[in-house]
Structures are given as structure tokens and as C-alpha cells.
Design a binder for this molecule. Sequence first.
Ligand code: FMN
Length: 384
Amino acid sequence: VNIRHAVSISDLKRLAKRKLPSFIFDMIEGGVEDEFGVARNRDALKRHALLPRMLADINERDQSTSLFGRDYASPFGISPTGPGPIYHRQADVILADVAKANDIPFILSGTSGASLERIAARSSEKHAWYQVYAAKDHAITADVVRRAQDAGYETLVATVDTPVTPKRERHLRNRITTPLRLTPHMIRKMGREAFLHPSWMLQYLRLGMPMLENWQPYVRVGASSDEVAAFFRSQSPSCQTWRDMEMLRRGWSGKLVIKGILHPNDAVQATELGIDGLIVSNHGGKVLDRAPAPIEMLPRIKDAVGDRATVMMDGGIRRGSDVVVARALGAQFVFVGRATLYGVAAAGQEGAERAVAILREEIDLILGTIGCRSFDQITSDVLS
Ligand SMILES: Cc1cc2nc3c(=O)[nH]c(=O)nc-3n(C[C@H](O)[C@H](O)[C@H](O)COP(=O)(O)O)c2cc1C
């Protein structure tokens, strides 16, 4: 398949798989342990059927959605997905640009390649949000938050679902390290694969581990990208508690979103801290293999939180119909992680654009086929 002929997110996944060496593709695709969680996220979405209404006047359809008082062109945004440059050298910048051009939000990862300042300078406070990963050294976390404020970010996302290093078995088998080094084992294991993915290989051999620019200020001046990545690894994961969240809320005057909530009681506790929103998420099945799918917990969380905070969701979204189902079950907005990453890995800017366009077109068609003129009309009534 050529990128222009990719008609679904799975087509983009196939193209990404072809482009990347398998141990890099595994970093996107892999879950934890038996990878039940990754499958469960899709299965739980698939279980819901949409019940169409006929003969509605759907000639003009509008999928724009408001979130935190702003109107976005579509009801989905881009989740944070680690250091983009591992998958495509410009991935962080491309995802930020594509989000802005399509008027949707993009969450820059706390482990991005591009610095939060660089992304803020080319995006806007509406389209770029920043995700913070707490460091073991609290002074670093506080400084990152200050930098995000100084750079003009309006929305800060605290990911709280990874208190320990998850057992990602594909990584362990592939002997993936941070910093990511092409060890003799990997090169031997790749064998002919190295020749099947020459563009990625040559680039990596030439440029090496991408610089984690956000962490650069905390390492000695002139430190290599390997040193910075090793420093990041020594600081993360850092175990956080509700007290840290309280402090974050006190210190951040913009919108504060907590990502990685699954228990309704945690959702309520977060709401009581005065957070603005939460993303119901199991990190795309990458942390706890036996975690429920976010879509399974969404209705209970929405019931528990009500309108006190904005409830969003991510995990397993590959189709426009998934976005509609999530809305029907109580999500104001959804995010995609792998969908746009497949696109950018497969074909850079064009691939990321394609991923967004595919989802947008599918949402439009689903609205038409179920008899809804606007996304705001979607309620639990659209479920069978
Ligand atoms: C390769 C990869 C890297 C990720 N890195 C981060 C990260 O840096 N921060 C974070 O909060 N979540 C991270 N996640 C989780 C995503 O933000 C998101 O929750 C998940 O991908 C959603 O599931 P989906 O991929 O099925 O859409 C990552 C996910 C993937 C696939």
C-alpha cells in the first residue's frame, strides 16, 4: 500500500511496520506481559453496537466539539507518545504541526525529543498541551512546570499511571535499553532486517539516540544524547502521591488534566483537588496487563464525576465509530496514541495528516449513517 492509498488506520499500521525495524515497531505496538490489555482495549470497544436512525436530515454535518471553552474541529486529539524521533526524526514537530493545521490538540510527551519551548514556539496554547512526567528530584519537576508556564502552555497533563517500570516483554526480549543503543545483539538479531529498513537504520547509525531536549538543562553542558537519556532513566519512573498532585494544582494556574485514571474513586479524589479534566486511560495497555479497558470504566467514572471535571478517554481508538461510541458512553473528547504514530512512522507529515484525515472522514460518515447532524447530539441513545 502506498500512503496515498491507505484507507484505514490498519493500513497505516502495516506501512509503519514495513518502514521500521521490528524492534522499533514493537516499541509502538507492544503492551506488557501477555498483551491482554492491548487486545482488551479493542475488544471492549468492538462490543458496542451503534443503532442507526433513518430519514434524518444529515446533509450538513458538524463534528466540531468544545473542550475547556474552546472549539476544536474534531472530537479527538493526539496522546503523548514518548520520544517521537525514535520513529521519525521530526515526529514531535510533525505531530504538533498536523494537530495545529487540523485544529485539534496535541499533547507533547514529557519524554519528547523536541523541547517544550520549541513546540510552544511553533504551535499555540490551544493546540499544544504539555504532559509532565514527575522526576525523582522534585526540583526538576518544579522547574519543568515553571518552564511550561513560561513557554505559554495553558494545559498541563500529569500522567500518573506508571509508578514502576512495566514489564514490557518485547523490550526485554529485544534487549531495548535507554538510551537506545544498536547493540551487537540487536544488529545480529536484525540480520537481513537491517537491509529491509535501510532508511531508518542509516539514519540511526548516523544520528544515534535522539536528544531528549526537555531533560538537557538538568545534565552537564555539552552532554551527549546518550547521557541525557541515561539521566532521564535514572529519574524515572518516580512514585507520586496525591500530595504531589495537590502541589501541582497549587502551582499550576492553567488547566490541569490527570491522565491514567481507571478507578471511579480516584476520579472523584482528583475532582476534589480541583483538576479541570481527566483522561481515563490504561496507557494503551502498556502498564498493567490486567487493567480494564478505559471504555469499560468510562460510564462509572462519568457517573461519579458528573460535570465537576471534563472526562476524556484514550486507548484502542482506531476508527471514527470508536470515537462515537466513547462519546455515547460519556467521554467529552478522546485521544489517539498509536493511530497517529503509525502515520508519522510510515510517512512523516503526509502519514500523520492521513491518520487524522481518516479518523475525521470516518466520524463524518458515522454521524451521517446514524442520523446525527452534529457530534454534540450524540448520547447513549445511539447505542443499541
Ligand atoms: C509508543 C508509545 C509511547 C507512549 N508514551 C507515552 C508518554 O510519553 N506519556 C504518556 O502519558 N503516555 C504515553 N503513551 C500512552 C499514550 O499516551 C496513550 O495513552 C495510548 O497510546 C492510547 O492507546 P492507543 O495507542 O491504543 O490509542 C505511549 C503510548 C505509546 C504507544
